[in-house]
Ligand binder design. Structure first.
Ligand SMILES: NC(=O)c1ccc[n+]([C@@H]2O[C@H](COP(=O)([O-])OP(=O)(O)OC[C@H]3O[C@@H](n4cnc5c(N)ncnc54)[C@H](O)[C@@H]3O)[C@@H](O)[C@H]2O)c1
Length: 252
C-alpha cells in the first residue's frame, strides 16, 4: 500500500486501534496527524513516526474539531484521509461502577456516550469535509462496532451511537461521492485494547465473549488497522458507504 504524500488524520490516535492505524499509515508513507484528548500519549505516538504531528482535541467539542482542521491546513495545506475513531463506552464513563439497566442509566452517562461517539464523528466530519473538498477529494473511515449491528444488555447508549455512525457514514457517502469523497466504516468485534481489556480478560466474561467468535480469539488493534488502511487507500476506490465487519466471523 503506497500512501506517500498523503495527509491522514486519525482521531483517538493515541491508543488501541487508532495508534495501530497511525503506525501502519506511516509505514505506508503517509504523513499522520495523531489527534486525541490524551496529549501525552498522542505526542508519544507521533514521536515514533516520520513527518507526523500530534494535536489535542476533544471530539465532542465542535470548536475543537474546527481548530484541529485549521492546524492541519496550516501545516500541510490539505487533507487526503480521515479515520474518525475516538470513542468511549458506558463502562469508561461509569468508571468501574456497575452498569445499570437502561431505564436507570443516568442521563449524563447517556449524553456523554452520545456526545463523544456520535456527535464527535459528525463534528469531525463537518470540519474535515471542506478541507477535503479543497484538496480535490479523499477517503474517510468511521469506527462503528459489532454494536452497530447487534446489542448487548445494558449498552443502550453505545449501541445507539454506533448504529448512528453506521447511518451517518451512508449519508456522507451518498452526499459527497460525486465530489470525490468516499466514506466507509469499520465494524470491529471484540478487540484487545485499553478500552476493553479490563472486561474481556475477566474470568466471568472471557469465555462468554469468545464462544460466538469462529476464529476463537479476540482481535488485535492491528487486525482492525489493516482493514482501515485498505479502506483509506486507492485499493478501495470503488468502495463507498460500506462497512467492513472485522469481527472474526461473530456476526455470521
Ligand atoms: N476495543 C473494542 O473491542 C472495540 C470494538 C468495537 C469498536 N471499538 C471502537 O474503536 C474505537 C477505538 O477504541 P479502542 O478500543 O482503540 O480504545 P482506546 O481506549 O484504546 O482508544 C480510544 C482513544 O480515544 C481517545 N478519546 C476518547 N474520548 C475522546 C474524545 N472525546 N476526544 C478525543 N479523543 C478521545 C482516548 O484518549 C483513546 O486514546 C472506539 O470508537 C471504539 O468504540 C472498539
Amino acid at each position: 500500500m503506497d500512501m506517500c504524500g498523503e495527509v491522514i488524520l486519525v482521531t483517538g490516535g493515541a491508543s488501541g486501534i487508532g495508534a495501530a492505524t497511525c503506525r501502519l499509515l506511516a509505514a505506508a508513507g503517509a504523513s499522520v496527524v495523531v489527534a486525541d484528548c490524551n496529549e501525552a500519549r498522542a505526542k508519544g505516538v507521533a514521536a515514533e513516526l516520520p513527518d507526523a504531528m500530534s494535536l489535542v482535541v476533544d471530539v465532542s467539542d465542535a470548536g475543537d474539531c474546527e481548530r484541529m482542521i485549521a492546524a492541519i491546513a496550516e501545516r500541510y495545506g490539505k487533507l487526503d484521509g480521515a479515520f474518525n475513531n475516538a470513542g468511549i463506552t458506558e463502562v469508561s464513563v461509569l468508571n468501574g461502577a456497575p452498569m445499570p439497566e437502561s431505564h436507570a442509566l443516568p442521563l449524563d452517562v447517556w449524553r456523554k456516550v452520545l456526545n463523544v461517539d456520535l456527535d464527535g464523528v459528525f463534528f469531525c466530519l463537518r470540519a474535515e469535509l471542506p478541507l477535503m473538498l479543497k484538496s480535490g477529494g479523499g477517503a474517510i473511515v468511521n469506527t462503528t462496532s459489532l454494536q452497530a449491528h447487534i446489542s448487548y444488555p445494558r449498552t443502550a447508549a453505545y449501541t445507539a451511537a454506533k448504529h448512528g455512525v453506521l447511518g451517518l457514514t451512508k449519508a456522507i457517502a451518498k452526499e459527497y461521492g460525486e465530489q470525490g469523497i468516499r466514506c466507509n466504516s469499520v465494524s470491529p468485534g471484540v478487540v484487545d485494547t485499553p478500552l476493553t481489556n479490563g472486561v474481556i480478560h475477566a474470568p466471568e466474561y472471557r469465555d462468554m465473549l469468545l464462544a460466538p467468535i469462529p476464529l476463537k480469539r479476540f482481535a488485535t488493534p492491528e487486525d482492525i488497522a489493516r482493514a482501515v488502511l485498505w479502506l483509506l487507500s486507492d485499493q478501495a476506490d470503488y468502495i463507498n458507504g460500506a462497512t467492513i465487519m472485522a469481527d472474526g466471523g461473530y456476526l455470521a
